[in-house]
Write a protein of this length. Structure first.
Length: 329
């Protein structure tokens, strides 16, 4: 695709992702991170025998962060699959447990599914500055330094990890994997746009963050800041070599999933369809990038599907055999 078309598609993608109009967001007073010392578990709520909510005092984040874990009822060591949310992640529970059948789907599987709660429009990264709307975000430090020892210690993790996510969370999963290749065996990405280094991709990220009241300059600085390239899976693709990589995306054509329950057809056509088309363009370009480097990856192009939760539920089901291989091989 030509650069102008890609820029136009990326901007449209960003506008759709933002819902077109910025959402009302509270303006919490940003807390300052407390450097030094490990994160500690304040409390654990056993929601069910196979679902626990951990409340973790994070020095990096400067606050208590909730992480829910789906896990076997039995004791014994097991690998952990970290699964990230999209741009609208809320503070009560992960959208994965709200909007998919993941609780029932992973029941009986010998794996911890680690679901961070919160992170709206944060890209699950370390921000350079506190943001007036989105507060302090030091998610990379929390997810890669503070949380893994807790999951291994409190939830019988065996030190083997993979990570995945949808849309913003899928992009974040690739970013975290490329920046921490020794931590994850694989990255699983549903309907995302991996590139963050080009001007068009920066526009996508900036509009996405702004749609929830934040300023991406507080995240990775101005356009000239090297932090943008440092967090770009395209630029750092070589660091993905040897990982199990799985990317899936639809083509924007509505299917049966788009017309069930209370789903609004107008929203499907005006938002979900063009957003998935943009993700499709990004995914194909990223495949070309990996192919040029000879880095193996599995790409799944669904013949239908918009940017919506029923398809991400299907994606998780379809990807699970590959996830298991990454965690057990």
């Amino acid at each position: 695709m030509g650069r102008r078309f890609f820029a136009t598609a990326s901007l449209a993608l960003a506008l759709v992702l933002s819902g077109g109009v910025p959402s009302a967001v509270g303006a919490p007073i940003p807390a300052l991170p407390r450097p030094g010392g490990p994160a500690t578990v304040v409390s654990v709520d056993e929601l069910t025998p196979t679902r626990s909510a951990l409340f973790i005092d994070s020095p990096a984040m400067g606050r208590i962060v909730q992480v829910q874990v789906l896990h076997p009822a039995s004791e014994g060591p097991r690998p952990s699959f970290y699964l990230l949310d999209g741009v609208d992640s809320t503070d009560d529970e992960s959208s994965w447990t709200k909007k998919t059948d993941i609780v029932d789907f992973v029941a009986g599987k010998n794996v911890n599914v680690v679901l961070p709660v919160g992170g709206m429009a944060s890209y699950y990264t370390d921000w350079q500055k506190a943001d007036p709307a989105l507060g302090v975000n030091m998610w990379e430090t929390f997810l890669t330094k503070e949380l893994p020892p807790i999951i291994d210690g409190e939830m019988n993790g065996n030190g083997v990890r993979a990570i995945g996510g949808l849309s913003m969370g899928g992009q974040a999963a690739l970013i975290l994997t490329s920046r921490n290749p020794d931590l994850y065996r694989g990255s699983f990405v549903f309907s995302a746009c991996p590139n963050t280094g080009s001007p068009a991709s920066q526009n996508l990220v900036r509009v996405t963050v702004a749609s929830r009241g934040g300023d991406a300059t507080n995240m990775w600085g101005p356009a000239s800041d090297p932090d943008w390239q440092a967090h770009d899976p395209w630029t750092n693709a070589e660091r993905l070599r040897g990982k199990v990589l799985y990317m899936s995306v639809g083509n924007g054509v509505p299917g049966n999933n788009d017309f069930q329950g209370d789903i609004d057809a107008a929203t499907v056509l005006s938002e979900g369809a063009p957003l998935e088309v943009g993700a499709l363009i990004c995914t194909k370009e990223f495949q070309s990038r990996l192919d040029s480097l000879g880095i193996p990856a599995q790409f799944v192009y669904r013949p239908i599907g918009t940017h919506s939760w029923p398809y991400w539920q299907d994606d998780l089901h379809d990807a699970w055999p590959t996830i298991e291989r990454a965690l057990t091989s």
